[in-house]
Design a protein around this ligand. Structure first.
Ligand code: FE2
Length: 240
């Protein structure tokens, strides 16, 4: 890997960095096996979701970047998303570019938002901040489950950190949307596109959302993102 092409991402996963580089982007491996989330998310769902849907977004993003401006070839996925949403002319079809780059990013973030043997409650600094900003873990759960359930059609529910207000926030995006374009740093996400749950749960999104938080959610990943987002220039996390 050429270090000059590295553009640092704000996103760091526990044990393995989630970092994007300039194009061409690669399909990242799952951080666990295809059957590792059974019985809550089946092997067939993960194989299709990763090797068909996620792979297609990555391939289409690379095709669009290849036909776009030279500038595009030096940008990370995060930079492309925020450039498109800010109206920067990138000499390609911007809606398609945003959708495919953002879906590439969102899926990688989603894979890390789950782990085999996940679930339970957040701990440490993130747990303290949830208590402070939402009042309790249960109140956070109420908000994030509501966001997941009320996303109309396809989209994502997120726990994010708003640097302006210095508060954790729950948000939802439709289609390929990502909170980064609103200045919010993602901590955790759940994919509520039907392709994420239909084979296992059919139309019962609530059952999928329940299983995600009870059995799969990776709070260690969310806490590592929170620590990265709130670290000062010396790398220390400031009291908020
Ligand atoms: Fe998906």
């Amino acid at each position: 890997m050429n270090p000059h092409r590295l553009i640092v991402s704000a996103v760091v996963a526990t044990g393995s960095s989630v970092v994007t580089y300039a194009a061409p982007f690669e399909l990242p491996s799952l951080p666990y096996g295809y059957d590792a989330l059974e019985p809550f998310i089946g092997k067939t769902t993960l194989l299709t979701h990763h090797l068909k849907h996620h792979a297609k977004y990555v391939a289409t993003a690379n095709t669009l970047i290849e036909s776009g401006s030279a500038l595009l070839k030096n940008l990370s996925q995060e930079q492309i998303m925020t450039a498109v949403s800010s109206g920067v002319e990138l000499h390609t079809e911007n809606v398609g570019l945003f959708n495919n780059v953002a879906q590439s990013w969102n899926h990688n973030f989603y894979w890390h938002s789950m782990k085999p043997g996940g679930g339970g409650k957040p701990r440490g600094l993130l747990a303290d901040k949830i208590e402070k900003d939402f009042g309790s873990y249960d109140k956070l759960m109420g908000e994030i489950e509501k966001a997941a359930m009320t996303t109309f059609g396809s989209g994502w529910a997120w726990l994010g950190f708003d640097k302006k207000s210095q508060k954790l926030v729950v948000t939802k995006t439709t289609g390929a949307g990502n909170p980064l374009t609103d200045g919010i740093t993602p901590m955790l996400t759940i994919d509520v596109w039907e392709h994420a749950y239909y084979l296992d749960y059919q139309e019962r999104r609530q059952n999928y959302v329940n299983a995600f938080f009870a059995e799969l959610v990776n709070w260690d990943f969310a806490e590592s993102n929170f620590i990265a987002a709130t670290a000062n220039d010396t790398g220390e996390t400031e009291e908020l």
